[in-house]
Design a protein around this ligand. Sequence first.
Ligand SMILES: O=C[C@H](O)COP(=O)(O)O
Length: 249
Amino acid sequence: MRRKLAAGNWKMNGTTADLAELSAMADAAVRGDAEVLICPPATLISAAKSAATEIAIGGQDCHAQSAGAHTGDLAAGMLSDAGASHVILGHSERRADHDEHDDDVRAKCRAAWDAGLVAVVCVGETLAEREAQNTLDIIGGQMAGSIPDGATGHNTVIAYEPVWAIGTGKVPTTDQIGDVHDFIRARLERRFGAGVGRSVRLLYGGSVKAGNAADIFAVSNVDGALVGGASLKAADFVPIIEALNASST
Ligand SMILES: O=C[C@H](O)COP(=O)(O)O
């Protein structure tokens, strides 16, 4: 049985004042079975963990090496030391803004595991790739390239985030989400075996809101969501947590 996961990615948003939002999110986490994860900017990880111990806290990226002369970068062990238990890797914004490729993501994933972090590995197609009917090839390639051998349900979560759905208000149909999630599950089972393949949680991300969350959570092989904009405010994120809790029963 996979535990549902409501994950929020604050991206480059938030200062200490915004930690006040965590209190109601923590209350919602305690009310249900779903795990709640917030990935704030790294500057807030330590304070966020202290502010809401009921919520898991994560980073948004890490370096592939454990230390060294890499100005501005953060090692996975530093995120862990600050209170993080998870780290998002391979987000399409990192792939686009920082020219990250699958081999970079794979190396970061190993670094995250070495530091004891759960890697939340993002995959997703662009609109052009979907329109060219290449979605499953793209997802399969990203999975093969970004996820190292050794993935388990304990150390890895996969987030399917169609690039064209991020921050746009456009959401794939539930059939489209289901097709991709079923494909990801099948690929995991083929590569890692049925037991491991069935244990890895699969999140959908891209314009998840209170109004569409329940429909998305009813889709086959959707174990939760990776939420951007709607995770910044408790008023927006708590209903998503509650929709996920309702779907767990
Ligand atoms: O990591 C989160 C995703 O990029 C989704 O962002 P969004 O919910 O603002 O569309």
